[in-house]
Design a binder for this molecule. Structure first.
Ligand SMILES: [Zn+2]
Length: 231
C-alpha cells in the first residue's frame, strides 16, 4: 500500500491487486472524510491515516462496486460514521437490483448502512463538508464524483481510468453504459479542475482540455456488459 499526498488537503491511498485500487482521504477543519472504502485489507492503513488528521467524519462513496465498498464493514466496526452514496446507486449495492448487464443482484453492503446524499429543493446534491458531489452515471447507475474546490481536484472514482496523464474510459467489463459514462465525463470540461484523480490509475492534470478528444475517441465505445459488439 502506498499513501500519496496529491493536493494540499488530499491523500490518495493506493493498493495493488493485479490492478491499482485507490481511495482518498480529505482533510477538513473538523476531521477527515474518506472517499470510497477500498477492500477490507486496506482498512488498517486507512484508519491510521485518518486518525492522523482528526476524527473520521464520514465516508462518501462514488459507487457500489466491491473494490469501492469491500472494506466498508470492517471500517464501520472500528469507526461508526455515516456513509453516503447517490440514492440511485443504493438499491444496486444493497442487492435489490442487479447492476445492468449482471445476471444476479449482489448484496455488497448491509441494508440501511448507506444513506442517500442529501439534496436541496431543486434536486441539487448538497456540499458535504466542502466536497461537492456531481452525479455522473454510466459506469454504474448512480455513479458520483466529488470536487474539492479549494484544491481544484476532482475525485473521479471510475468515471475514467488513466494512463500517462491521459484520460481513458472506465474498464469495459464493469461499465453499465459506456456511452453515458463518456458523456458524463464532460464534468471535467464544466468544472475545469487542475487535476482529476481516478481509482484505477494516476492523476490527470488539466483534464478539461482533453475532454473533446476523449469524447471523439471513446464516444462510440460500447460496454461489454451491454451485449452489443464494439464498433
Ligand atoms: Zn466500478
Amino acid at each position: 500500500m502506498k499513501i500519496k499526498h496529491i493536493a494540499p488537503h488530499i491523500y490518495k491511498i493506493e493498493a495493488w491487486v493485479g490492478l491499482k485500487i485507490s481511495t482518498w482521504l480529505v482533510k477538513t477543519e473538523f476531521g477527515s472524510i474518506l472517499i470510497d472504502s477500498g477492500m477490507g485489507f486496506m482498512t488498517g492503513a486507512t484508519i491510521k491515516l485518518a486518525k492522523a488528521y482528526g476524527p473520521l467524519q464520514m465516508i462518501l462513496l462514488t459507487h457500489g462496486h466491491i473494490d469501492h465498498t469491500g472494506g466498508l464493514a470492517s471500517l464501520l466496526k472500528k469507526e461508526r460514521v455515516p456513509v453516503y452514496a447517490h440514492e440511485l446507486e443504493i438499491p444496486y449495492m444493497e442487492g435489490d437490483l442487479a447492476y445492468p448487464g449482471r445476471r444476479k443482484p449482489q448484496r455488497l453492503v448491509d441494508k440501511g448502512v448507506v444513506k442517500p446524499l442529501p439534496k436541496d429543493r431543486e434536486g441539487q446534491l448538497h456540499s458535504m463538508m466542502g466536497l461537492i458531489p456531481y452525479y455522473t452515471p454510466g459506469h454504474s447507475p448512480g455513479h458520483t464524483v466529488y470536487y474539492h474546490p479549494e484544491d481544484q481536484l476532482l475525485l473521479c472514482g471510475d468515471l475514467f481510468t488513466s494512463k500517462n496523464g491521459r484520460l481513458k474510459p472506465p474498464i469495459k467489463a464493469f461499465t453499465a453504459d459506456m456511452a453515458e459514462a463518456v458523456e458524463s465525463g464532460k464534468i471535467v470540461e464544466e468544472l475545469s479542475p487542475a487535476a482529476a484523480s481516478v481509482c484505477h490509475g494516476g492523476e490527470v492534470p488539466d483534464p478539461g482540455r482533453q475532454y473533446k478528444k476523449y469524447k471523439a475517441t471513446f464516444g462510440s465505445l460500447r460496454a461489454a456488459v451491454n451485449g452489443s459488439k464494439e464498433r
